[in-house]
Design a protein. Structure first.
Length: 250
């Protein structure tokens, strides 16, 4: 079992750019201008309610403005990203830091994660961004989508846990499901899900980290070279046009 984008890849260019920058799991969220009412309309939200993520996460503005308020180490932080010319365009929030967000005019922003948590997976599935698929047909029958989302939503998540924990060594299960499986099919499905999350949250070794950072740097380097070459071609074309025009005048 694994999780994949419903469309095969991120849907928009800003999302694809975020993935290229190292944010593997992305989706675009939209909120309207914050009204500061007590109640929130979840069908048309006007704010980000207080929450946190197990891993590092980013917010990249696409349109409008977003103000994020957080508390880290006993210190309150407030920062805004917007499409205004001189404004910040991205804000990264550290793991397990609680934050909330508001908007003056409403906004759209790309949410990005380097690793996918069960809660985020459930939300991305529910909103049509991700789906669970079998690695090979018949390899592991998947539960119904409602059942999968319920397991992910209600499970206790230990990022450093194991799919097959050794309790004698003090290891924890990476996912502690609230619903106990009632059939061999459900037992197998829950184990496959746990194995996927263990692999997803396995600490990144230096070789993998170096490979990812090198790839991101190389992509940016290639884009920069292409822009420089295009600029030089424009200058040469402009100069040749002016020289030819000057010769004809003579």
């Amino acid at each position: 079992m694994e999780f994949k984008y419903v469309r095969g890849r991120p849907a928009t260019r800003p999302e694809q750019d975020a993935v290229a920058a190292g944010w593997k799991w992305v989706r675009t969220n939209t909120i309207v201008a914050t009204l500061h009412h007590k109640d929130i309309n979840f069908a048309n939200p006007d704010r980000l309610l207080p929450h946190s993520h197990h891993g590092e996460n980013t917010h990249i503005i696409v349109d409008g403005d977003l103000c994020i308020m957080s508390t880290e180490g006993g210190k309150s932080n407030k920062s805004e990203i917007s499409t205004a010319a001189e404004a910040k365009k991205e804000l990264i929030v550290n793991p397990n830091v609680a934050y909330r967000g508001t908007s003056r005019r409403g906004c759209s922003f790309v949410e990005g994660h380097r690793a996918l948590s069960p809660a985020t997976a459930e939300r991305f599935i529910d909103r049509g961004t991700l789906r669970a698929v079998e690695l090979q047909p018949g390899s592991c029958p998947l539960p119904e989508e409602w059942q999968l989302k319920k397991w992910l939503r209600e499970a206790t998540f230990y990022p450093d846990g194991k799919a097959y924990p050794n309790y004698a060594k003090g290891e924890k299960p990476i996912l502690q499901y609230r619903d106990h499986p009632v059939s061999a099919k459900e037992i197998r499905a829950q184990k496959e899900i746990s194995k996927w999350f263990e692999k997803e949250w396995k600490p990144m070794g230096w070789p993998k980290y170096l490979a990812i950072t090198t790839m991101v740097f190389f992509k940016k380097f290639v884009i920069t070279i292409m822009l420089v070459v295009a600029f030089q071609i424009m200058i040469l074309f402009y100069m040749s046009t002016n020289v030819n025009g000057f010769s004809r005048d003579l």
